[in-house]
Design a protein. Structure first.
Length: 149
């Protein structure tokens, strides 16, 4: 296949995925009481839970998930294969880059903040002073790869 042919096939696949996601998203309506949280593994995310709002995570489509951290809760240093687009919904999340949690270099993001974590960058988040809820979106497939302790 020519380079142009490969590009066109890729473009058509992306357009098809976009149409599928639009159709999927149109049928999703969740009220706060319908969101069912699941605990993240305590050894890598103590005091953290999450909920997939739109997915799946293992396909090349848009996904949106929410994370809730109890006061003092943390998602330890990890990476993703895709960019993550993060909006803080409630509370204040502290986030930083690197394979060690460092309070001095962590940045405070209050409710209403938005930031992007680039693909492959080691990062972490924690709820230093109060509980926090934030929402992440991206294009899958995605996963979390935690830094070994």
């Amino acid at each position: 296949m020519t380079r142009l042919g490969s590009t066109l096939v890729g473009l058509l696949a992306a357009m098809a995925a976009s149409v599928a996601v639009q159709a999927q998203e149109a049928s999703i309506q969740l009220l706060p009481e319908q969101i069912k949280w699941a605990a993240l593994p305590a050894d890598v995310a103590p005091g953290a839970e999450w909920m997939l709002l739109v997915g799946p995570l293992d396909k090349p489509v848009h996904y949106t998930l929410r994370v809730h951290l109890d006061k003092g809760g943390m998602v330890t240093p990890h990476t993703h294969p895709d960019n993550r687009y993060v909006t803080v919904l409630a509370g204040e999340v502290y986030a930083g880059m690197g394979d060690t949690v460092n309070e001095a270099t962590s940045r405070r993001f209050p409710a209403g903040s938005f930031f992007v974590v680039p693909a492959g960058h080691v990062h972490y988040s924690w709820a230093k002073d109060s509980e926090v809820t934030y929402q992440e979106s991206g294009i899958g497939p995605t996963s979390n790869t935690y830094v070994a302790k």
